[in-house]
Ligand binder design. Structure first.
Ligand code: FMN
Length: 253
């Protein structure tokens, strides 16, 4: 379980565009590696985190349904991109755009998980905050945690269906600066190459056999830096799809 004494201070911490926060876990989500950027942002020493559950940085504002989606996706052997707010040991928060992947051994067996996180665009964070706030409120509205999770799962599915988006596409839209606010249900033109709106779920790249390699920088959506590169494999197309768009972002964090 995560520590309970620390309360969120509401103070936001940010990190540089060129920095990547990296952690690795075993199959149960216990930390096996944390890079210096993670330790700095989270205000931990390495010995405080290795062997501990990843929820040591869980922020209470995060809807549980997002972690359900994360774990369901990973256990299916697929990657996931997700916006997450984390809480440091001093109660400060920091938003990330996380790319989480299964790590495999040479035979293809999943042996753990790997997350690399970039600094997200401010407009994307604002849109996600709004949606996550409603999901969290829905979870808290129910006395039973499992009823709350079921209700927020339904809410998330309805929100995405109204947009004609999967969660992955919703994340990519925000990263590309195309989705507007979380309450907008129009203007969701399909992103070229993502087969948007066809109900296809996350079709991530073929799993890497190299579990020690750093995740591909080229594969992570890059927010707010002028040009956005998103590379994904659509299973239907059997080849990598690269989206390159010019964006004008108002990063102000
Ligand atoms: C590779 C990997 C990275 C993760 N990164 C985070 C993270 O940055 N923040 C977080 O709160 N949970 C992260 N999680 C999810 C946690 O394991 C956990 O499910 C989440 O914090 C919810 O905890 P809870 O079930 O105790 O509420 C990660 C899990 C994995 C496998």
């Amino acid at each position: 379980m995560r520590r309970t004494a620390v309360q969120p201070t509401g103070i936001e911490r940010t990190f540089a565009d060129h920095e990547i926060i990296v952690t690795k876990t075993d199959m149960k989500g216990l930390l096996t590696y944390a890079n210096d950027v993670f330790l700095r942002l989270s205000v931990f020493d390495e010995e405080d985190v290795i062997g501990k559950p990843h929820n040591i940085i869980r922020h209470p504002d995060m809807p549980r349904v997002v972690f359900k989606l994360l774990w369901d996706t990973l256990r299916e052997g697929r990657e996931i991109f997700a916006y997450v707010v984390n809480m440091a040991s001093d109660g400060a928060e920091y938003w990330v755009l996380a790319h989480v992947t299964p790590s495999r051994d040479a035979s293809g067996r999943i042996i753990g998980y790997h997350s690399s996180r970039r600094r997200p665009d401010r407009a994307a964070v604002n849109a996600v905050k709004e949606l996550y706030g409603r999901l969290r409120a829905e979870e808290n509205r129910h006395r039973s945690p499992s009823d709350g999770l079921d209700a927020s799962w339904r809410m998330l599915q309805e929100e995405l269906a109204a947009r004609g988006r999967t969660y992955e596409e919703f994340v990519f839209d925000l990263t590309l600066g195309a989705a507007g606010t979380a309450t907008t249900t129009s203007s969701h033109a399909p992103v070229p190459g993502t087969a948007a709106g066809d109900g296809r779920r996350n079709a991530g790249p073929a799993p890497s056999a190299d579990h020690t390699a750093s995740p591909s920088r080229a594969n992570a959506p890059r927010a707010g830096t002028g040009r956005v590169h998103v590379t994904t494999n659509a299973a239907r197309h059997q080849k990598p799809i690269k989206i390159v768009r010019n964006v004008t972002s108002g990063r102000n964090a």
